[in-house]
Design a binder for this molecule. Structure first.
Ligand code: SF4
Length: 436
C-alpha cells in the first residue's frame, strides 16, 4: 500500500459491470498506487474520481451515467472526474461532449492510441484536459495488486473474433488479443490466490491469435499450467462448440469440474439468426459427455430472451432444453437492441411485454431446478474456500455469480475447510465444519 503523506494525490475508483471490468479496475488502482497515489473510500476527498463503466446493455449504460452524475456532485475544488471502461471505448467522443461534468474520457484496453504521456496526464489532475478527449491505455499486461479475497479473476485475452448478432463487444473491444502463457503465469504467481478464475470474452479460443508454432498457447495448455500453480482454477465463458475433448477432460479431472457454457439459446434456427453455432442436441450431448466423465460436474449458462425473430417454437425449445439439461445455474437476459450490431438491422422485434413474460417463464423453471439441485446437497461433505467472515464456497459456486455457503463467522477467511451441508437458504447453503 502507498504510504500517505500530505503530498500524495488521492483517487476514488468505482467499478460497474462484469468480472472483466473488475480486473481492469484492479490494474488501474495498481497503476495509480505505483505513482504514489492513495486509494480512498470517500469520493468527496479524492483528487481524481474514476468511474470504470459498463456499456453492455441499455440498463448498464443508464447505471453508468447515473453513477457518473452522482459522483460528479462529490467533486470538490480542483478534483477531476475520469470515465473509463466500455462506455468510454464505445461512446468516447459523444460522452465527452454530452457530459461537461467529466474531465477525461479514457478508453482502456485498446492499445492503438497508447501514449506514455497519457499516464502522466491521467495522474496529474491539473493536467487533465477535456481536449484530450479519448485517451487510451492498454491494461491487459499491466500488473495489479492482490485482492483481499482468496480468489482472483485473471483476464487472459481482450476482444473477440466472433460476430454474434446481439453483441457490440467486438465493435469496440476489437479483435482477440491473447496474453502469453508466461505473462499470465507471472500474474497468477504474484497474486498468490487459492483460486484463479480465468476470464476472456471467448475463453475457449484463447491463444488462437498468437503466432503459430507456439504449441503452449492454447486454452488446454494454459489451464494445465495455471492448475499447476493454484489449488482451484475456474474457467468462465466457454463457447460451447469450441470446447475440445482435451479441454473438457482436463477440467473434469480437477477439483473444479465447473462448466460455464455460453449457450445463449437452444433453438437451432434462432441460434443461426444470432450467428452462433450449435443447437439443443449438440449442447445436451456435450453436457452428457461431461457428466459421463464426471457425474459431479456443475453447469452454468446464460440465455438471451426476445432476440429478433424469436417465436413460440423457440421458447418451447428453450423450456424443453432447460428441463432436460438440468443446469445448476442459469441467467436470463432480456434482448437489448444495440447500435452497431447485426441484430439492430433485423426485423421480427419481440414486444417487450412478451419478452419479459418468456423471461419469467424460463426463470421460474430454472429456479425450481436450481432449488432441487441445492436441496440434494444437504448431508454432503464439501471442500470449501472461506472467502470472508461467515461465507465460503465449494467448487459448485463461482464467486460473485452463484450462491454461497453460510458458515460460522468465527472461521478464519483465506483457507479451505471441510463442511457438511446442513440446510439451504434460498440458493445459498448452510455448512458446518466437519470435526475429525
Ligand atoms: S463470443 Fe459472441 S457474445 Fe461473446 S463477446 Fe464474442 S461476439 Fe460477443
Amino acid at each position: 500500500m502507498t504510504k500517505y503523506d500530505s503530498d500524495n494525490k488521492t483517487f476514488y475508483l468505482e467499478t460497474l459491470g462484469c468480472p472483466k471490468n473488475q480486473v481492469d479496475s484492479d490494474k488501474i488502482a495498481n497503476y495509480l498506487c505505483n505513482a504514489d497515489m492513495l486509494e480512498i473510500k470517500d469520493p468527496s476527498r479524492a483528487d481524481i474520481i474514476v468511474v470504470n463503466t459498463c456499456a453492455f446493455i441499455e440498463a448498464a449504460r443508464q447505471e453508468s451515467i447515473d453513477t457518473i452524475l452522482a459522483l460528479s456532485e462529490k467533486k470538490q475544488g480542483s478534483a477531476r472526474l475520469v470515465v473509463s471502461g466500455c462506455m468510454a471505448e464505445r461512446y468516447g467522443d459523444e460522452l465527452a461532449a454530452a457530459l461537461p461534468e467529466v474531465d477525461l474520457v479514457a478508453g482502456f484496453g485498446v492499445p492503438v492510441n497508447f501514449s506514455p504521456t497519457i499516464g502522466k496526464r491521467f495522474l496529474r489532475s491539473s493536467d487533465l484536459d477535456k481536449s484530450t478527449s479519448l485517451a487510451s491505455l492498454d491494461l491487459l499486461e499491466l500488473p495489479r495488486t492482490s485482492p483481499d479475497t482468496p480468489w482472483a479473476y485473471v483476464k487472459v485475452a481482450e476482444g473477440c473474433d466472433r460476430n454474434c448478432g446481439f453483441c457490440a463487444i467486438p465493435g469496440f473491444r476489437g479483435k482477440q488479443r491473447s496474453r502469453s502463457v508466461g505473462s499470465i503465469l507471472q500474474e497468477v504467481r504474484a497474486l498468490g490466490s487459492k483460486e484463479i478464475v480465468l476470464v476472456a470474452q471467448d475463453l475457449a479460443s484463447y491463444g488462437k491469435d498468437l503466432p503459430a508454432g507456439d504449441d503452449k498457447s492454447n486454452i488446454v495448455e494454459l489451464f494445465y499450467q495455471v492448475a499447476a500453480e493454484v489449488s482451484w482454477v475456474r474457467l468462465l465463458y466457454l463457447y460451447p462448440t469450441s470446447i475440445s475433448d482435451e479441454l473438457l477432460k482436463a477440467i473434469s479431472a480437477t477439483e473444479v469440474p465447473y462448466f460455464d457454457l455460453s449457450l445463449q439459446h437452444s433453438s437451432r434456427p434462432l441460434l443461426k439468426r444470432m450467428r452462433r453455432s450449435g443447437h439443443a442436441k449438440y449442447y445436451l450431448d456435450l453436457i452428457n459427455k461431461i457428466r459421463d466423465i464426471n457425474p459431479e460436474a456443475v453447469f452454468r449458462s446464460s440465455f438471451v430472451i426476445g432476440y429478433p425473430g424469436e417465436g413460440e417454437a423457440d421458447q418451447d425449445s428453450l423450456l424443453e432444453f432447460l428441463q432436460t439439461a438440468e443446469l445448476d445455474w442459469a441467467g436470463f437476459f432480456s434482448y437489448s437492441k444495440e447500435e452497431g450490431t447485426y441484430a439492430y438491422t433485423q426485423d421480427g422485434e419481440v414486444d417487450e411485454e412478451l419478452r419479459l413474460l418468456r423471461l419469467r417463464e424460463c426463470q421460474a423453471l430454472q429456479d425450481e431446478i436450481t432449488a432441487k439441485k441445492r436441496q440434494n446437497l444437504i448431508g454432503m461433505t464439501v471442500k470449501a474456500l472461506v472467502d470472508e467472515s461467515g461465507w465460503a464456497r465449494s467448487f459448485r459456486e463461482a464467486p460473485e455469480i452463484d450462491g454461497r455457503i453460510s458458515i460460522d463467522p468465527g472461521i478464519k477467511p483465506g483457507g479451505f475447510v471441510e463442511l457438511q451441508i446442513k440446510d439451504t437458504l434460498g440458493v445459498d447453503l448452510v455448512g458446518e465444519p466437519v470435526s475429525r
